[in-house]
Design a binder for this molecule. Structure first.
Ligand SMILES: Cc1ncc(C[n+]2csc(CCOP(=O)(O)OP(=O)(O)O)c2C)c(N)n1
Ligand SMILES: [Mg+2]
Length: 401
């Protein structure tokens, strides 16, 4: 990645000072290319070819991972992908208003999801279906938001998984405040400490909310893992329109560690997340993790990425598929037989079937429910509006409309 230190700074007088530190077009392209390969600082423990590679710093964090654990990580990723694909199809068939695919981001999410403890709190954006899975939230429970029948059906206190946030970057402020609370209440300091993980995308890092969250978390030593899934695009905006530096390096400016991990390597994301959570539990937070990845599907079902992404980019990333590399590793090292893969196939089919059945049979919420949960106390003006609306709706043939 080209960095500002490497950019040409013209002699005084050669160019107006305001543009002196701007990279040339070639430097931006060189930086972009290096970025799309992850760069030299990328933590990786398993290559796209399924070979285990070693990293002195992070090997110890996964030395207890058994063949059984690896099979379970693989199973998680396959099931989560299957649920994602089924939900995507349900949207195409008119059963959901919109779906937000995660295709390709399974390793990033399952790695951190399986590093979490029950007591750890999560603030997701809108795509953390894999983390929800690890928190024990069924894929069915995610559907209401995308069908427009609820605002999130899970109990965010019991699951310790906050409702999805659509407003880009907003959850970073919520998470910073929450993690500061964990610190104030003395819930950090040893291995039993609590931590919070906050998810956001590469594009979100341009939001003021994220900057403010970084500042507050840093100066209060909040036990917060900032988990940025850098899929290199914010809808149609590529990362080089968001940053001149690899995103993990931004952490230094705020005074906490930042690390870039291969987001398509579940073992590496598990290791780095365990380390980051450990730092936070002991009171050494916050930490920024940049999981370098690629989403092999559209931003949402309302988006057409062929209008702005080159297809060779997608083809390159298909070769780095997070699931395939674990499959190859399991097979090559005799850690899984055909019966194992058949069983996972059967489990995925069943999960997809259950998801579909649940979705097509979801009842519409009663009309008055849209007036509930707006105010904690009764509100006469809103009640009047509700009564008027219900009376109006009752006037249609067949009652409610
Ligand atoms: C405050 C705000 N501005 C704009 C949007 C519209 N919007 C939705 S997603 C998105 C791009 C987000 O990109 P990124 O943070 O990289 O997340 P990704 O979906 O790629 O994971 C934008 C601009 C929004 N939801 N909220
Ligand atoms: Mg993005």
């Amino acid at each position: 990645m080209s960095s500002p230190e490497q950019w040409t700074h013209p002699e005084p007088g050669e160019a107006p000072p305001a543009t002196a530190a701007a990279p040339t077009k070639e430097q931006v392209i060189a930086g972009l290319r290096a970025t799309s390969e992850g760069g030299p600082d990328l933590v990786q423990l398993m290559t796209p070819e399924g070979e285990r590679v070693h990293d002195e710093r992070f090997d110890p964090w996964v030395e207890d991972v058994t063949a059984d654990d690896l099979r379970n990580l693989y199973r998680d990723m396959v099931l989560v992908r299957r649920a994602d694909r089924e939900a995507n199809a349900l949207q195409r068939q008119g059963q959901l208003g919109i779906w937000v695919p995660l295709l390709g981001q399974e390793a990033a999410q399952i790695g951190v999801g399986r590093a979490l403890r029950q007591t750890d709190m999560v603030f997701p954006s809108y795509r953390e279906h894999g983390v929800a899975w690890c928190k024990g939230i069924k894929p069915q429970e995610l559907l209401g938001i995308f069908r427009g029948t609820d605002n999130s059906s899970w109990d965010s206190q019991a699951t310790r998984f906050h409702p999805y946030t659509i407003v880009i970057g907003n959850q970073v402020l919520n998470a910073a405040g929450y993690a500061m609370g964990q610190r104030f209440e003395g819930k950090v300091g040893d291995d039993n400490g609590e931590a919070t993980v906050c998810f956001f995308g590469d594009g979100a890092t341009s939001q003021g909310d994220v900057h403010e969250g970084f500042v507050w978390a840093a100066v209060y030593d909040a036990p917060l893992v900032f988990f940025c899934q850098n899929n290199q695009w914010a809808i149609s905006e590529p990362t080089e329109r968001q940053s001149r530096l690899p995103l993990y390096q931004r952490a230094r400016g705020y005074g906490f560690p930042g690390i870039r991990v291969d987001g398509n390597d579940v073992l590496a994301t598990l290791a780095v997340s365990r380390w980051a959570l450990h730092e936070c539990r002991f009171g050494n937070g916050p930490v920024l993790i940049e999981a370098f990845t690629y989403r092999m599907d559209a931003h949402t079902t309302t988006d057409d990425p062929t209008r702005y992404r080159l297809s060779d980019e997608l083809e390159t990333w298909k070769l780095k598929d997070p699931i395939e590399r674990v499959r190859v590793h399991l097979v090559r090292h005799d850690m899984a037989d055909q019966a194992f893969f058949d069983q996972i196939q059967a489990d995925s089919d069943e999960l997809a079937h259950e998801l579909r059945e649940f979705c097509v049979n979801m009842p519409d919420p009663p009309l008055e429910s849209m007036f509930q949960n707006t105010y904690a106390e009764p509100n006469p003006a809103l009640d009047a509006q509700r009564d008027e609306f219900l009376a109006y709706s009752a006037g249609f043939e067949g009652g409610e409309r």
